[in-house]
Design a protein. Sequence first.
Length: 461
Amino acid sequence: MSKLSLVDDTFLRLESRRQPLHIGMLMLFEPPADAPPDFAAKLAEKLRQSTLAVPPFNQRLERRRGMHYWVEDDDFDLAHHFVHMSLPKPGRIRELLSVVSRVHSVHLDRAYPLWRLYLIEGLEDGRIAVYLKIHHSVVDGVGGIRMLMASMSKNMAESVLMRPPWEIGATKQKMQAMPVPVPMVESFNALKLMAREGLNSAMPVIRRVRETLREHRKGNSDIALAGEAPRCVLNSKVSATRRFAAQQYSTARMRAVGKAAGGTLNDVVLAMCGGALRRYLISLNQLPEKPLIAGVPISIRRDDTMSGNEVAFTIAHLATNLEDPVERLQAIKRCMDKNKERLLDFSPAQVMAYAAMMLMPGALGMLLDRSGSSTLGSVVVSHVPGPREDIYWQGARLAGLYPASLLFDGLALNITVISRHDYVDFGVIACRKSVPQVQRLLDYLEDELVALENAVLGRNP
């Protein structure tokens, strides 16, 4: 039996009927060319033969004296966690996303280990899908993805011999997070790390915060602050229903745009998101005059290890007030460059402390209901590096990796992006009622990429 950390316990206590706090991952796989018609059925039968589950997949919650503990489930039943299903005809991506939207909306039962995996067949193009959902208190976002990657191989034949993810589990090291901007959690992590380094490390952080606020007051438009996001439909109270949308875009296309514009792949991702959100809000006649503000996770890792939660949130504007796509990209790049410049000489603890201090004024304004026409932020846009070469699971090639993150009241939309060697995969999760027809964003993302290509690569529209 082990006690949950304060951070992990927080995610359990924040959960409500309208706010399920599990994360999800939709994966698409291409079976081998010589695969039989019943490839998925045989794979499901093979996986059902598994009799072993290791932490965290065999751990359930137990509450004692108001505190949560992980205990090993003596009555573990794989049938409760592994589901084999087929899509309704005609088996388009539309039907797949509808299924994922529905199952992502449903809470995980706390009487059992907090995860479930779906093997989905019936796609019209012959591919199979796997959707995993796992509670954020069990594993930090990307840690769940990496556990899945541990069940895969770069060699197709070798992948057939790999064990299922619930037999491999987590490493002894805590894996890197796909974070969520919860000020209380961010502040706790920052204070914990600062305590390790000593109070002397706090003074440079305080000075840097003062400098940033001073520049902002002088009118530097390249500095974005939490708490200054204009209210719009994205800041609605969330319902219990979700809508998941996913699409991939060529890495080569996006890198070509970034290179021609003097920006990074991440700058292009943010510019696509800013332009798509501008188009979406215009379609609803709800585009604010001020630019939307995004919470953007940045890695503060100084080595190649996977241990520790070395990610902090920075605040960036998405330049949604600008009509020209190149001007928008350049404005976003300047904002992100300014953020990087201010964090360049900081230790990981100082970066987290700086990020938490920059979040807190906006968070306090919301708690005290003094935010008026502004709010903490508009949207979370996370960009996570994925596998850099082809990888296989049970003989099938990974062809798509689409994350589904968390939603909170006031943050009814989350965009999480995984960049692989050949494609950049976008996973968009939204409250179905608060953010209607969010699937339009997929078309708008493509429209923005085309607009950038036309502008910076000299292509004819």
